[in-house]
Design a binder for this molecule. Sequence first.
Ligand code: ZN
Length: 403
Amino acid sequence: MYRGTWLHPWDFTGYTIERIAKIGFNHVSMAVRYFEERQDWPGPNIIFQNPGRRAYTAEENAVYWDADGNRYSHLPPYLRPERSREAKGDIVERFVNACEENSLKSVLWFPTLRWEKAVRDDIGVGMKDVYGSHPGYKRMFLCPSNPLVREALELMVEELSEKYDFDEFEFDFIRYPEVPSTHGTPLLSLALSPCFCKYCQERARDYGVDLEEVKRELKELVEWHVDYLSNTPYCTDEDYLQAVHSELARFLLEGDLVKKWIKFRAEVIADLLKDLSKIVRRNNPGAKVTADLYPPSGSWLLGQDYKTISKIVDGVKVMIYTKPFGKSVCRIPYESRLARKLLGKKLLVIGLASWPPMTPEDIEREFRLVLSSPADGVGFYSYGWTPDGNLLTIERLFREVGT
Ligand SMILES: [Zn+2]
């Protein structure tokens, strides 16, 4: 069984990997680059497994390997990998070696398109909505149709896969951003989704989609909501929420143009994943390639098509974080079965939250739900954020299940 955990590079010390191995994990994913993020939030803001740094806001844009500046010198500065100023040395190298010494599979965890700093420095490399603005607040994404973005990502994956002898390469944030909306409808979120940049316009034309037409249709949806939401109280009744989702389904049944646009977006993401996976496989043929995906019931709205992606990668990790985000535990059996249906026999790992408000009881309940689902394993997010009591529970459950 795949038993993974995610590790942030600032929580990596000499003893970390040995401890992770002792708990019974067999895979560790360490981020090789990262973005600004308050650690253990939403949560108590404490890094339980880092006695040297109990609280931390990650740097806005940093990589944790010894990046060779010459490879990137022709790119605009905001697209070059920038060495971390706070975590010293080549942490990726130390990590891969420590995993090897402790018989753990090393996974290079690569956040792919989320890159706020670059988008803020030059909006031209970011994704754009129907009004030409970036739709994400605090979560800004690069557009993979932009040739400069593409080249920067290819060069980084190239360097990492040439230099380090890892066991798995994991692509994260390889999708369109969520539209952060609290009082809208699923149809409004779709209407505010990207991307309408000039590079996507060209690519869509080749694909047979006129983005100007799509834009017109989506703007009509926005205008409808301007009128509707001006005259409506905010409502969370179950019956109402069912109705707004039924309307999304009805709209898409009739909306051939928007449907084709959604397919085009899935194509853009799959094409990038295919391109980057090829680089990994060429340089490190023994390594597995995986992707972190949204749960399948909603992933298609963010450009992730499970069937297409399953043909590209060796495995998929589906994040189903429940309590910290107020989501139902029923999502675990539901989403894992949907994913299995779409993935065929490909490796399926369920990503569970292990930080507060998750308790040992919650961990045990969710772990057993994964065991009774058609999944190949589990991953816990994240090592640093997990209190000792939860780690002990994970250790006990792993021992109970055996290998
Ligand atoms: Zn674009």
